[in-house]
Design a protein around this ligand. Structure first.
Ligand code: ATP
Ligand code: MG
Length: 389
């Protein structure tokens, strides 16, 4: 079985059951074959008889990607909490290994007749009789024992989880996903704070069918992120109506105007999806559209909160994270990025909301509706392998 400890949920007081249920649901979704239940403030994940070692190791990997998990370990459950109940489990874990091993005992059930230290001492004696080298000095590993009411959990190495909050507990956010490096990382960080993403991508393709077929790279990003984000909904929105309209405005304003347009589309999708904010991979001063004044102008196009988790990150910090979560290689694949055609030689780095509003009067009044009419919602199939981009 896998023993799973949660972290920040402990601070949630009366709301704790809500967070626990969310995490329970996400753990089950991450390892569908398992049985997961809550016992004495930890989760226990059990596998049906006959489960192969490889499947258990996949499960460990999957648990390591679930937000809300503080740490986890492969554990053995004992039938009782007496010293003789603990010994066989300890021997199984230590088989073939050379000590010394440190023993750490914790009791969530305090009415066990012995204190944690007494249990550790008696277990040490029993194990030494069987030839195990127990000791703190130069210990090569730790044998952990957690005493519950009717059973104990015995385990060796503890793995660090991702921390954060279970996805879904904060609410839904429309996340603007490009084919670049930043926005997939932003989506990962939003998930860390319990956000469920509904993705929105602006594409340069000719119609809905073409967009579904040719946006493999974006769908692969969604697939790669899924173990962390649990999110599969992807709106594919055409940007060609905007591009045609943008011919009526000075080139240097096309990109800030497009960013404002993106916010308006995102807000409409948010209303439909019950989402309460818009997420982006924007960063302070990374590119010309990300000056303070441009970020102001962009944000003012929507009433919703714009969440920018990468605002203060350096590019190399973003790349390190992208490599860790496996999106970097996908982001680096070739793709037609629709914003590229809107980048002017001398883009406006300082924009005023009033001047942009004036320019927007030159855009077609039907632009937003036309664009929404040609938008398609895809539910990305995360079971299928990544399609080559
Ligand atoms: P990178 O900076 O790594 O090239 P990026 O995705 O951050 O990639 P930017 O041009 O910096 O690209 O865009 C800023 C943000 O605007 C993105 O992080 C993303 O949230 C949003 N965005 C850009 N292009 C698109 C697009 N085609 N569809 C949806 N959102 C987009
Ligand atoms: Mg960027």
């Amino acid at each position: 079985m896998i023993l799973i400890h949660y972290g920040e949920l402990f601070t949630k007081g009366l709301n704790r059951p809500f967070f626990q249920n969310m995490l329970l649901r996400n753990l089950k979704a991450a390892v569908p074959k398992s049985q997961v239940y809550l016992e004495a403030h930890r989760f226990l994940m059990e596998f049906p008889k006959g489960t192969e070692a490889a499947e258990e190791s996949n499960a460990l990997e999957a648990v390591g990607k679930v937000f809300g998990v503080a740490n986890f370990a492969q554990a053995i459950e004992t039938d009782g909490t007496d010293i003789q109940d603990l010994v066989p489990a300890a021997m199984t874990l230590l088989e073939g290994k050379n000590g010394p091993f440190k023993i750490e005992v914790s009791r969530s059930y305090k009415n066990h007749g012995l204190t944690s230290i007494q249990i550790a001492q008696q277990l040490a004696l029993a194990l030494e009789k069987k030839g195990v080298h127990v000791g703190v000095r130069n210990a090569v590993g730790t044998l952990n024992v957690e005493i519950l009411q009717h059973k104990a959990l015995v385990y060796g190495q503890k793995h660090a989880g991702l921390g954060g909050l279970p996805v879904g507990c904060t609410g839904t956010v429309v996340t603007l996903l490009s084919g670049g490096i930043d926005s997939p990382v932003a989506s990962f960080l939003l998930a860390k704070r319990g956000v469920k993403s509904v993705y929105l991508h602006f594409h340069p393709f000719k119609d809905k069918e073409d967009a579904v077929r040719r946006s493999e790279k974006i769908q692969n990003l969604v697939r790669q992120l899924h173990p962390y984000t649990q999110s599969t909904s992807l709106y594919l929105v055409p940007y060609n109506f905007f591009v045609l309209d943008a011919l009526h405005v000075p080139e240097r304003y096309a990109l800030p105007l497009f960013r404002r347009f993106m916010m308006r589309v995102a807000q409409r999708i948010a209303e439909k999806e019950g989402a309460e904010a818009i997420g982006t991979g924007e960063n302070l001063a990374q590119v010309s559209s990300q000056t303070l004044s441009n970020l102001n102008s962009i944000g003012s196009a929507t009433d919703l909160q714009v969440l920018r988790p990468l605002l203060t990150y350096d590019k190399h910090e973003i790349i390190t994270l992208a490599e860790k979560i496996g999106t970097y290689a996908i982001s680096n694949q070739d793709y037609i990025d629709c914003c590229q055609s809107l980048v002017a030689k001398h883009p406006a780095t300082s924009t005023k909301i009033s001047e942009l509003e004036k320019l927007e009067q030159r855009l077609s009044p039907d632009l937003l509706q036309q664009t929404l009419n040609c938008t398609v919602l895809v539910s990305v199939n995360t079971d299928s392998p990544k399609v080559p981009a």
